[in-house]
Design a protein around this ligand. Structure first.
Ligand SMILES: *[C@@H]1O[C@H](CO)[C@@H](O)[C@H](O)[C@H]1NC(C)=O
Length: 230
């Protein structure tokens, strides 16, 4: 890589991070600070808080040195909090619990649930070299279950009001490259058959569909709080 190219890439990455920080600060300034009842989280290892502890997978963070800031591993692929944990705290919410934890049921789910899974991606086959993981389609199915549970707990009108004001986070996409299209060796045949452009086009159309499904399920097309980390 040439020196100039390096500078260009660093510039792009820095810009990306600054742009996200800027969007988040706007979100807090003009957005919802006080009035967010719940936080629902979809994603990969960036925001998994322990779902993979409950499945057979090579993508696990239930051991040292993960979680050293908590004093023990929690299933987060991090020393401590994830970015969504920090945002939840700023909003006065508890950490959204992992969907697969047996205790994530009853009134707990009214404050939000985390569906994220390390090695998961937009496409069903992303991350398959890690064995078990919950990909975005399955995470959305799991959200549909929570949605039913919430409706049965507080009734449909209250539930829709809750979804309208809730924060929805989607943070995934890198496994669709790292553990799918760009997997060393395994993906050579796919790369011969499918151009990068058409792979990206597939990803985008799939993601568009998935986001639309979530929006329809939360029935609040014009009041959604979405941001995208990956
Ligand atoms: C992906 O998996 C989900 C189940 O998790 C299934 O409902 C969906 O049809 C699959 N999508 C494709 C394109 O195979």
């Amino acid at each position: 890589m040439s020196f100039l190219m390096g500078i260009f890439l660093i510039g792009r990455v820095t810009f990306g991070i600054m742009f996200r920080a800027f969007m988040l600060s706007l979100l807090f300034r003009f957005g919802f600070s006080n009035d967010v009842p719940a936080s629902f989280v979809f994603g990969d290892s960036l925001v998994d808080v322990g779902n993979n502890n409950y499945i057979v997978s090579l993508a696990k963070a239930n051991h040292d040195p993960f979680g050293i800031d908590f004093g023990m591993p929690t299933g987060r692929f991090s020393n401590g909090k994830t970015v969504v944990d920090v945002i939840n705290q700023k909003l006065g919410l508890d950490f959204s619990p992992p969907y697969l934890a047996p205790s994530t049921t009853g009134s707990t789910v009214l404050k939000g649930v985390n569906y994220a899974s390390g090695a998961g991606g937009i496409l069903n086959n992303s991350g398959e070299i890690f064995g078990g993981r919950i990909n975005f389609d399955a995470q959305i199915d799991n959200f549909a279950n929570t949605r039913e549970e919430i409706i049965s707990l507080i009734g449909a009108p209250e539930a829709l009001n809750l979804f309208k004001k809730a924060l929805f986070t989607v943070a995934l996409g890198s496994n669709d490259f790292l553990d799918n299209y760009l997997t060393p060796l395994f993906s050579i045949p796919e790369r011969l058959l499918v151009s990068p452009e058409s792979f990206v086009a597939t990803l985008i159309s799939r993601l568009r569909l998935q986001l639309t499904v979530i929006l329809l399920k939360k029935k609040a097309l014009f009041q959604s709080c979405f941001y995208f980390v990956s």
